[in-house]
Design a protein. Structure first.
Length: 149
């Protein structure tokens, strides 16, 4: 019989960063890792000697956040391209001006605004002219310039 073990490897390392009897809790200090894509490989061995593997990809982002507007990943561009880049950290207190990035208003928002304005204009026009059966009622027949009385 073999003692059950859990071995945890980081990225493509051949030496485990931790080895414990199950269950195990392992602390990984991501501040010692470079920002970017990483992978945990977990090897578990049971009492019969059978081995199982599990991989967990993860991304480390301890450095400042970066936003880019004016160009997209995989974009085909020509001529002069204005690219706006901003970087902000996780320092406290949070400063919204440092974290905000100027980006153009999305097209869908302009379309939604246009639909709302068109609906409001249609609604005003429909209410401006009362239906014939109500045209001579006191509500519609009284000009607004005349005092109520």
């Amino acid at each position: 019989m073999v003692e059950p073990r859990i071995r945890i490897y980081l990225d493509d390392q051949t030496v485990p960063i931790a080895e414990h009897a199950p269950p195990a809790t392992v602390s990984i200090d991501t501040r010692k890792l470079p920002d970017g894509e990483h992978r945990l490989r977990i090897e578990a061995q049971d009492s019969t000697g059978a081995v199982g593997w599990h991989t967990v990809p993860f991304t480390v982002r301890n450095g400042p956040g970066i936003t880019v507007s004016g160009i997209r990943e995989g974009a085909v561009v020509h001529g002069a391209v204005n690219v706006h880049v901003n970087a902000f950290g996780a320092e406290e207190p949070f400063e919204p001006q440092r974290a905000e990035s100027r980006t153009p208003t999305p097209v869908w928002m302009w379309v939604l605004l246009l639909v709302i304005v068109a609906w409001a204009a249609w609604y005003v026009v429909m209410q401006w002219t009362p239906p014939p059966e109500f045209a001579n009622t006191p509500t519609y027949a009284t000009p607004l310039s005349r005092p109520f009385g």
